[in-house]
Design a protein around this ligand. Sequence first.
Ligand code: FES
Ligand code: FE2
Length: 412
Amino acid sequence: MGRLMRRFWIPALLSEELPENDGAPVRVRLLGEDLVAYRNTTGAVGLVAENCPHRGASLFFGRNEEAGLRCVYHGWKFDTSGACVDMPNEPPESNFKHKVNVSAYPTRERGGAVWAYLGPKELEPELPDLEWSLVPDSHRYIGKNYQENNWAQAVEGGIDSSHSSFLHRWLDPEARAKVTQPWLKTAAAEGRFKAQDTSPRFMLKPTDFGLLIAALRTVPDHGFFWRMTPLYLPFYTTIPTHLEPGQPYAGHAWVPIDDEHCWTYTVTWHPERPLTNEEVEWWMWQKGVADNGPGYKPTRNKGNDYLIDREMQRTVTFTGITSSGTEDRAVQETMGPIYDRTKEHLGTSDTAIIGFRRLLLQLARALQEGKEPYAAFHGDAYRVRSASVMVGHNASYDEVVELARERLTVPA
Ligand code: FES
Ligand SMILES: [Fe+2]
């Protein structure tokens, strides 16, 4: 699975973590490897192994100067390609420096993130054309939270529409509509619809980018409420948007730090206009980014039971935990870093989870047999949105498909 992950470009850190040329390097742990990222004199981002190839001092303490990172122990200096460009403690006539390099990975910057490719050089894939990564900076907010569990365990929350009837329920949907996103006219209705049908039927469609997951709820007097979630390989989702047209989109990436930790990247964007301050602030609150401490570590965490408020749980929300991002993290982290899946009891509402696991296993096996993942080499396959649609009880199948196609397609 690690080899499969290394076939894709993946977000390694936020651009904001390296705010200036020749600024302080930062530690980046990614796919179980300890790395250091730095922005050099020209603005290019280097991503190199943390330990200096000389005798292993940490390059985190390095001097970032004149287009390279210099180890503070004996002054060896490396450029972003990993080449040793200076070895001042060896005799000037020595050519030893040409024989040494530090492991370095290629990087690109797009969508407020620094992307890295950790796979074989000759197989460099395409960046995924996720819509949020293509819009102007003003149209997007991106942040992240440290999360203490396996990345797949977190993705499984992102594709599980069933839990939105419970984990994120407000006992009074009108109250939610007043407190969060007061500008959204359909919020209370959507909350009611999810509470009215708590056992959605799931349908999956394998696609070029991964999986399209549809959850169908029946709402008396209204019709069928469809929520469609794309799962883009290997770990991105877009949340089904609101029924009210013109609202921003939002989504996630769950990037493996190692087997037992991941970064929950959270992003919201509007394809056509800048986000308002209200929208950004609300999203930061909603995802728990607003109350992160240093190192993007949430202050509501496993160690303090996410500051659960039992009175709030009795009277206001299903959980008594503030913000839906924190609710998600609370249930995902407290399973343990990697839950023993032989102890699970999967039902029909877990159809998407089963489909996701099968797809990953199938791709990992295919890779073992030499078959590369299609999505990694087709960035344009990622030009797909999420959708929520309400259709009348007597809508035809074709009408639904047509509506879905229209909503899911990113205009060229
Ligand atoms: S350990 Fe880095 S230069 Fe010696
Ligand atoms: Fe959730």
